[in-house]
Design a protein around this ligand. Structure first.
Ligand code: ZN
Length: 249
């Protein structure tokens, strides 16, 4: 990891008053949560077909094959024992210090809140919120059966409050995310390639001074804007730990 880049990142953070963090799957990887898109999917003997991850977590698949949906969901997307890593913890600390205004995340694991962050905008929902499709009763993750199709005492299927492919994003969360990004002086993008929706679209609203991109891969896309861009290709937990510890004096 380049010391110069960490120093520069520290300098940007120290000079900022309204940081917004935008995060993707890579933020949770150091917490032991792999990107579900990297999974091979699941083979069905019933249909003789291997379903791709993106196909399995679509609204249509949930309706047609709820058994296979929940099998994939509980084995590849829900990690009840995962803990926040340095990135989550440092972001929560910056919010407490008043310099970070919001975390916008594509992750559904709730690790930012577990780390202490308060203003977390979950674009894709959360595994921690679950509702009966019939009576709308709420169930925390701990209370639902993870070995099959989770059912409410009323007989309805309990659906996770997670945005599936083919479903619309929560409009209010999306609007709050846009407002936060539009009023940020520094935008930190972490653990996402930025080339896919909605990341690519949201970044267009940024009008601040500094864009910092922290991503392990090097296919972050390119940015053209009225801001300067610092790119760090490394493990996000390591980068945040280094920035937190970096001594400016
Ligand atoms: Zn019910």
């Amino acid at each position: 990891m380049s010391e110069d880049k960490i120093a520069k990142f520290r300098e940007i953070v120290d000079g900022s008053h309204s940081i917004v963090f935008f995060g993707g799957a890579g933020v949770s990887v150091p917490s032991g949560i792999p990107d579900f898109r990297s999974s091979k999917g699941i083979y069905s003997e019933k249909t003789g077909y291997t379903y791709a991850p993106e196909e399995m977590i679509s609204h249509e698949f949930f309706e047609i094959h709820p058994d296979m949906f929940f099998n994939f969901y509980f084995s590849k997307m829900v990690y009840p024992d995962a803990l926040p890593n340095a990135a989550h913890l440092v972001l929560a600390k910056w919010e407490k210090q008043g310099i970070l205004k919001a975390v916008v995340t594509q992750n559904i694991d709730g690790l930012h809140q577990m780390a202490g962050s308060k203003n977390v905008l979950e674009l894709h929902g959360s595994v921690h919120r679950n509702y009966c499709q019939k009576c709308h009763r709420f169930f925390p993750l701990e209370e639902i059966d993870k070995t099959g199709i989770p059912k409410c005492p009323c007989g309805g299927i309990i659906k996770p409050d997670v945005v599936l492919y083919g479903e619309a994003l929560d409009q209010s969360v999306l609007e709050q995310s846009i407002r936060s990004i539009a009023s940020a002086d520094t935008l930190i993008v972490g653990g996402t390639s930025l080339v896919v929706y909605p990341a690519a679209g949201l970044i267009r609203y940024f009008r601040g001074k500094h864009l910092v991109v922290v991503n392990l891969g090097n296919q972050s896309g390119s940015f053209f804007g009225p801001y300067d861009c610092l790119t760090i290709h490394d493990d996000i937990a390591k980068v945040f730990m280094a920035v937190d510890k970096y001594n400016t004096h």
